[in-house]
Design a protein around this ligand. Structure first.
Ligand SMILES: NC(=O)c1ccc[n+]([C@@H]2O[C@H](COP(=O)([O-])OP(=O)(O)OC[C@H]3O[C@@H](n4cnc5c(N)ncnc54)[C@H](O)[C@@H]3O)[C@@H](O)[C@H]2O)c1
Length: 253
């Protein structure tokens, strides 16, 4: 679909990949709502792109419902949803202090996987109720997985499982929503220079970048954002997980 004039929702829109995607969609003429638990940062960005910031914790159904209602009231029903909210975290199954606390596993699954699914679940009814566009399309949902879904490293069991879940739900949900003209696509980024990575010392960033075959540098958030915006405009992209990683394959550790 054409981005111009559409209402868009971006979770995790206050920072990193979500923030850059929000900028890109706004530049292309979308009315963008940033849904993030860090609403202070989301507000600053929303102001600069003419969008709105809504406090939202994707682990809470009430919080998502309230944010979606507020977004719809301001911008109308969104045909574009980009899920970027997510957290990292590494821990071994058995560490020096014994078995990994179960909460460390469920916390990451809850934010990354259950949170993504819950936002899709709650945004879908509105999208499905919109009038189809000229080519039969009603909406598109773009989720963020990771190359760790395929090559999780030592200590990444929880993160890899959460991202593997996001990758795995892409096709069944694309199949289910096809009859309504709603597409589901996921992006699997490699290593990207976001505030998360920016905290690492420059030499560590450099060595991570050097592990990427080409280009030998960390990915730039605008490269993610441009892929997200391309997915919105390319009707034939559906049911697929697209790696965006410079041919990186993560080693075991
Ligand atoms: N940066 C990378 O190299 C990389 C690689 C692969 C995948 N990813 C994925 O991309 C997504 C974005 O990552 P980023 O690097 O931009 O990180 P980031 O930390 O810069 O941004 C993540 C955003 O999500 C928000 N968030 C976290 N938990 C939330 C919750 N419960 N409810 C609502 N918002 C919440 C944060 O407040 C933050 O604004 C994540 O899902 C991450 O796993 C990132």
């Amino acid at each position: 679909m054409q981005i111009e004039g559409q209402a868009a929702l971006v979770t995790g829109g206050a920072s990193g990949l979500g923030a850059e995607t929000a900028r890109e969609l706004a530049r292309a003429g979308a009315r963008v709502a940033l849904l993030d638990r860090n609403v202070a940062e989301a507000r600053v960005l929303a102001e600069s792109i003419g969008g709105i910031a809504l406090e939202c914790d994707v682990t809470s159904t009430e919080s998502i419902v309230a944010a979606l209602e507020a977004a719809t009231a301001r911008h109308g029903t969104a045909r574009i949803l980009v899920n970027c909210a997510g957290i990292g975290g590494a821990k071994r199954l058995v560490g020096k202090e014994g078995p990994m606390p179960l909460l460390d596993f469920t916390r990451i699954i809850n934010v990354n996987l259950v949170g993504t699914f819950n936002v899709m679940r709650l945004a879908a009814p509105g999208m499905l109720a919109t009038e189809p566009l000229a080519d039969g399309e009603r909406g598109v949902m773009i989720n963020t997985t990771s190359v760790a879904a395929y090559e999780g490293q030592v200590g990444q069991a929880a993160y890899a499982a959460s991202k593997g879940g996001i990758a795995a739900l892409t096709l069944p949900l694309a199949r289910e929503l096809a009859q309504f003209g709603v597409r589901v696509v996921a992006i699997a980024p490699g290593l990207f220079l976001t505030p998360l990575m920016g905290q690492l010392p420059p030499e560590v960033q450099e060595s991570l970048g050097a592990s990427i075959p080409f280009p030998k540098r960390l990915g730039r958030p605008d490269e993610f954002a441009r892929l997200a915006s391309h997915i919105v405009t390319n009707l034939s992209l559906n049911g697929e997980v697209i790696r965006l990683d410079g041919a990186l394959r993560l080693p075991p550790r």
